[in-house]
Design a protein around this ligand. Sequence first.
Ligand SMILES: Cc1ncc(COP(=O)(O)O)c(C=O)c1O
Length: 474
Amino acid sequence: MVKGDLDPTNWDEFRTTAHRMLDASITKMENADQGRVWTPLPQDLRDQFSRDLPRTGSNPEQVMNDIMPYGAGNTHPRFWGWVHGAGAPSGVLADIIAAAMNVNAGGRDHIAPVVERQVVRWCADIMGFGDDASGLVVSGTSLATIIALKVARDKALPTVRGGGIGDARLVGYTSKQTHTCVKRAFDMLGLGSDALRMISCNDAFEMDLDDLRAQIAADRADGLQPFCVIGTAGAVNMGAIDDLDGIADIAKRENLWFHVDGAFGATARVGHLVRDQLAGVSRADSLAFDFHKWLQTNYESGIVLIKDESAHRHSFADRPEYLRGTERGLAGGAFWAVDYGPELSRGFRALKVWAHLVEHGIDKLGASIDRNIETARYLQARIAREPKLESLAPVPLNINCFRYVTNDVNMDAINEEIVIQLQESGVAVPSTTRLNGQLAIRVNITNHRTQNSDMDLLVDEVLRLGEMLSVAAA
Ligand SMILES: Cc1ncc(COP(=O)(O)O)c(C=O)c1O
């Protein structure tokens, strides 16, 4: 009999409640394709979360049931906003086990570091990083990028961990289409976001390598210290894949650290359709990508991989006496996550990733990614057939950017309104972006539940709303 202050006084009652809540969760997951995509929060639900701090306990079950319809909607097959994964029911089970174990995966000799290393090994294998690569399962690509670029910075500036940046004038390079997490990493690493040179892109939104070479030469001539280049495997706006081999060649010649942001795109290596374009991923010094996007594990889970394990460890390892490892006992264990990243206390994220890979196998996950790419191509073909729609970017991967064409001077506002009405009606959730100055309806398909028929429904609705709004504006 457990006697902790916070343990249930009646375990049978707890078990019954837990089963009821699990049932409600399974019903929600089973009906992921039903009903509205996104539902705005009703005021009375918001009010539940502006109350005074409770001094005594009460049962939160009802409120937890009530909140379930009010997520962003990314479990629904018609959610295509930003880059959200749809998740999978099996992840819930792994999270239950992880919560019940309540391990701290920062270090020590227990099962969590062993599972995490297995996941890292598998990912290094998938990405062609070799047996000696190190890595860490993290919250997502944003954190993975900070870790990778810190290793790159520390390698370029061996005294930086103790002495700080000082007068060093490190500069790095990436394309104008790179995700903002790279700029944020430069800011957080004390390099300054201006030290990140935004290289121009070609018509396919891929990094212009002539511009890259010219910028590196200009910076060297100015006495700056180029130290890294960041390529993108799947740009957030339209899925462009940089010429990774070309960047790798330049990085090698210029002695730069080569990092790849592969948040969603790199995972298409497990499919067949674009595997060849992603071959250059394996030449990177470091790679960041997410499981919670195109691999469909539940939030949150991403990974950083670093080819040079010793550079990775040297960038973070610094354990004081109270964290000293021992040969035997619980303080043993060869892999302490705290030696490879900023967090000491951390949850057992690796379990849901491991369980997901084991349950589905990498071939099925690859087929699911390929199916999304086929669906994006299907949508592109439909857009090409519709005189009132205009494609605004090529579709190298899984993202379509297009717009409804009107004679109205305010075409951007009409397209923005189309997207908002699609969201508010609960029919679909695309998002928007701007390409070459034009507002685009952006449909990102990282959703294993999406079917081609959903694309037809989307196009029909865009045409209907576009016509209605154009008439109203006339
Ligand atoms: C290309 C790219 N890089 C980085 C990120 C950031 O990833 P996360 O949200 O997992 O931190 C995203 C998110 O959409 C992305 O699309």
